[in-house]
Design a protein around this ligand. Sequence first.
Ligand SMILES: Cc1cc2nc3c(=O)[nH]c(=O)nc-3n(C[C@H](O)[C@H](O)[C@H](O)COP(=O)(O)OP(=O)(O)OC[C@H]3O[C@@H](n4cnc5c(N)ncnc54)[C@H](O)[C@@H]3O)c2cc1C
Ligand code: FES
Length: 288
Amino acid sequence: MLRESELPQQAVCMMMSSQSIQLSKREHICTVVANDAVNDAYNHLILDAPPLALQAAVPGQFFHLLCPQVDALTPFLRRPMSIYRIDREQNRLHFLYKLVGAGTRAMAHLRPGDSFNVFGPLGRGFWLEPSWQNLLVVARGVGLATLAPLAQLARQEGRRLFAICSARSPEYLLSVDYFAEMGARVLPVTDSEGTSGVTAVTHLITHLIETEHIDAFFTCGSNRLLKLLQQLGRQHNIPGQIALEQQMACGLGMCYCCVRTFVQDGQRIDLRVCKEGPVFDLQEALTW
Ligand SMILES: Cc1cc2nc3c(=O)[nH]c(=O)nc-3n(C[C@H](O)[C@H](O)[C@H](O)COP(=O)(O)OP(=O)(O)OC[C@H]3O[C@@H](n4cnc5c(N)ncnc54)[C@H](O)[C@@H]3O)c2cc1C
Ligand code: FES
């Protein structure tokens, strides 16, 4: 992967256009309402957003964020970030982000009242088949940010949701209160308590399948969880979806930098995570 400073001219022109692009109906200038630390690794950003930004947004979609430039932090490309929460009544758009590198560290400098440029909503989000009444979310770390708005959708549509939330230790368990607030049954598991290993999580999921008649699985990011859910999905004939992460440049389907390989009907095909995803059929994703 190229460093940002080594990007070819063609790509640079395209990125520049994302910095200077004329305001369209998909680029939105929001105002920061809050940007607070959740713990030493994650921040919760709340934006006042134009209704147009929220109107068609669905869980699993993402926005491409134009991070600020702060001192030595000079992110050039936009950074993709899943929708954490959509509040159409108050025109609020939420993101839960991990402090990783230049872009997210620069975002941590945003203060209430600052303007923030977001582009989206982009990609294909989660979808619920009418027959899926009992949904199971299994996620870890920042994956919980991507899966949290499913709780909102499940509540709106009258579906039952179970959420196995995994983390290193209890202080890194994200979204647990939010899942509970939305009526989900939350099952936290952690490394420090010895409850997040594959064997323990397999027992937990199998128990839920038997007692709660789980109809669909939802997960995000983790290869270990993908493998486990694919195996249990095949064994119990339970479908599912996965939200994938991939480094992105344009976020719009033009540059092909986010392509990953999938299997559809026995054939290997390459799909763009930003356009055909980021949510894909669980069994079609290849483990890595
Ligand atoms: C669909 C999607 C949803 C996501 N949702 C969330 C979320 O809800 N919360 C969360 O915390 N994280 C989320 N992520 C991950 C998040 O986008 C990254 O953590 C973030 O981009 C890191 O940026 P950074 O600058 O802080 O870190 P860095 O690791 O420094 O940034 C990435 C580095 O890679 C370089 N780079 C990036 N893209 C390219 C490229 N195309 N070509 C060349 N170099 C490149 C940059 O220059 C930079 O140096 C999501 C990712 C995707 C794809
Ligand atoms: S990021 Fe450009 S095609 Fe996906």
